[in-house]
Design a protein around this ligand. Structure first.
Ligand SMILES: Nc1nc2c(ncn2[C@@H]2O[C@H](COP(=O)(O)OP(=O)(O)OP(=O)(O)O)[C@@H](O)[C@H]2O)c(=O)[nH]1
Ligand SMILES: [Mg+2]
Length: 459
């Protein structure tokens, strides 16, 4: 039973119009009454209403701030406990002073994620939904937050509940057979058990497959821009990021270090990495930059390899392409500076000869849309209907699904090879347990602690 009351500032630190201080727990109204003076005491205020008042220091009688106070009675609240939210004037100092007053009057500092943790402990949300709250806080694009909101609404939970129900039905059928053979209960045959299990494995497979796309949505994809010096890598970075992030000059060897920027391509977050041009050089600093470029290629999900239209693929370019291929990196070959080719028919011929390459001129702003489309297509490969299907976005969920699937595979194998039903029952139970860890039906304290420790304070 939770019996203390927690408080924290729930808005971001920094200058702002207002700050929200949140108080949750059985003494929330009592504590608020110790420092708040409004028309009605908080304990008598109607639930889910807001009232104007002042925060008064109990010691000095001094007015600290004018505030709006919202009272929300359990259980229709975020945590399912009694909740008070105080909108104070913005600025860290006032909110901090107010918070300290709450601490002095009986509240305790909330730990990161503790409000959401209480919502979980009090059964308002399950673990996968708590994780969705976290995803929404950290979402980098609209599309990501849409998926997270769906999870918060329980799309994964419902799908898992459905699977669990089918497993439980199968398991209870088997157990009736095992425990009461004298009852004339309808017999579950190994063949039936195998068939049901196979269907469920199929559903789990689909969920597991959705993870690679879910991960892409959440964590984003890393695309490295590689090429020899002066081909326009930094110009491309700036164009895609729509700001002057990297220094561009006509001097080869301008970029010396890795430069990163998050961009949003049709709703998918992409970490773009601009690198130093790869070439042999005696300059020590440039050489270090080149080494980093090579490492960046190895670490990325996708390489965008730039070459110049005028020279086409030189030995230097070939060396970079070789590196990319050795790493087994998917790549998009871009031919930049097409504006420098005056002869139109020559350009047409080049395009015909290299049908997979993207021809572009950053100077004339051509071909960039095509590159963006190609990056998006790469990201979304093999994924259809992604806005409507249930997506697994969380590595922990994926790993649990895989464990459950492994148990079900052994159930299926047992059914095929004519094992006994009691062997099957054990693995079915284990599969159920692994699934239950996703929503928190079976989660250990350690897992729960790890999840909530990733939250920020005040959520
Ligand atoms: N004509 C023409 N010039 C371009 C184009 N794109 C980039 N440039 C020019 O090429 C030069 C080099 O551009 P950067 O973006 O600095 O090239 P980089 O690949 O980052 O070069 P390093 O950092 O030195 O490896 C600059 O003078 C750019 O203005 C283009 O499409 N056409
Ligand atoms: Mg550069």
């Amino acid at each position: 039973m939770i019996n203390d009351t927690i408080a924290a500032i729930s808005t971001a630190v920094g200058s702002s119009g207002i700050s929200v201080i949140r108080l949750s727990g059985p003494q929330a109204f009592e504590i608020a009454d110790r420092i708040f003076r409004g028309k009605t005491p908080v304990r008598d205020q109607k639930s889910h209403t807001i009232q104007y008042g002042r925060i008064i220091s109990p010691e000095t009688g001094e007015t600290i701030d004018e505030v709006l106070l919202t009272k929300m009675e359990s259980p229709r609240t975020y945590t399912r406990e009694d909740v008070v939210e105080i909108n104070s004037h913005g600025g860290y100092t006032i909110a901090r002073t107010l918070l300290n007053m709450l601490y002095e009057n009986g509240a305790r500092p909330a730990e990161p994620g503790e409000f959401t943790r209480r919502a979980f402990m009090n059964g308002r949300i399950d673990l996968s939904q708590a994780e969705a709250v976290m995803d929404i806080i950290q979402a980098r694009t609209d599309r990501v937050s849409r998926v997270a909101v769906k999870q918060l609404e329980g799309s994964i939970s419902r799908k898992l509940e459905d699977i669990r129900e089918r497993l439980i039905e199968l398991l209870s059928g088997i157990e009736v057979n095992l425990d009461y053979p004298e009852y004339d209960a309808e017999e579950v045959t190994l063949a039936q058990a195998g068939e049901t299990t196979k269907k469920i494995i199929g559903i789990l497979d689909e969920l597991i497959k959705s993870f690679s796309f879910g991960k892409l949505l959440r964590e984003g994809m890393e695309a490295v821009i590689a090429g020899k010096p002066n081909v326009g890598k930094s110009s491309l970075m700036n164009r895609l990021a729509r700001k002057n992030r990297s220094i561009v000059t006509d001097i080869p060897g301008t970029t010396r270090d890795i430069i990163e920027e998050y961009i949003n391509i049709k709703g998918i977050p992409v970490k773009l990495v601009d690198t130093a041009g790869v070439r042999k050089t005696a300059d020590r600093i440039e050489q270090l930059g080149v080494e980093r470029s090579v490492q960046a290629i190895a670490g990325a999900d996708l390489a965008i390899v730039l070459v110049e239209a005028g020279t086409l693929i030189t030995d230097e370019d070939e060396a970079i392409l070789k590196k990319v291929r050795e790493e087994g990196k998917p790549y998009i070959l871009c031919i930049n500076k097409t504006d420098l080719i005056m002869d139109g028919s020559r350009l047409e011929k080049l395009k015909k000869d290299m049908p997979d390459a993207v021809f572009m001129s950053i100077a004339e702003d051509t071909g960039i849309d095509e590159l963006e489309e190609r990056i998006f297509r790469f990201a979304a490969e093999n994924i259809h209907d992604m806005d409507n299907q249930v997506l697994v976005t969380n590595a922990r969920h994926e790993s649990q699904l895989k464990k459950a699937k492994a148990y079900l595979e052994s159930v299926y194998a047992a059914c095929q090879s004519g094992m006994t039903l009691d062997m099957v029952a054990l693995d079915l139970k284990a599969a159920l347990e692994e699934l239950g860890k996703i929503t928190g039906h079976h989660a250990d304290e350690d897992v729960i602690n790890a999840i909530f420790s990733r939250f920020c304070i005040g959520k």
